[in-house]
Ligand binder design. Sequence first.
Ligand code: PEP
Length: 256
Amino acid sequence: MDIKPIVAGNWKMHKSGEEGVSFVGKIKNRILDKVEAKVIFCPPFTSLFSIVKALNGTDFSVGAQNAHFEVEGAYTGEISVGMLKSAGVQYVILGHSERRHIFGETDVWINKKIHAVLNAELVPIFCIGETLDDRKSNQTTLVLENQINLGLQGMESIDPVKMIIAYEPVWAIGTGETASLDQVAEAHAYVQSVLERMFGQVGYKVPILYGGSVNENNAMELIQAKGVDGFLIGGASIKEESFCSIVEQVSKFYKR
Ligand code: PEP
């Protein structure tokens, strides 16, 4: 199976509704005809409806940056998966390191969220990654394996078109420091091997994105690293020039 390169932009807490619509409008005009990558915009909750509308009729998709696992109830400030689905969202970022480290999300919660997202037939973009301390103490593979095992606990099978993994070393997120090609290829190969062990051969086909200070200058090199099926991008995804350039550069690199 060839995997179309995937470029997902995590806008984090940036851009108002108007700014978001104007931004995707410009991107659409610039790259719509040239895009061979799967492009997913992940704006803040308040922009989801308007961005879905602005992208109607295009191949671009929209993702949310989080979701709660309960269907409804007294959960002040939370958004359910059903609400996201009714807004036209197709993807949900889960387990992002900022959710884990700033908001204290545990593997148990992430696991519940993954099940909720899958039950609603949306696609999780499940983030995993080691801290600098983990890497320095040679714990990287152990950490990745634990995050995958706990995050995907209770899943008997996996469908590679309904799951995306994002390998994001915490020390590379928003720091300007990218993992080396060897580090990326090694981590992606390890993640593939864990998925294969858990789910058999089909596990190997789950797309694995790299995330961590990807920009227009390093994208071409990183997309060619073995096992990299695309990117999850933070900072560079909210800049028109950078994002268009990355999408254009990676468009032709179908993997596997
Ligand atoms: C991210 O937030 O998922 C990310 C990879 O951020 P950045 O590209 O800014 O490192």
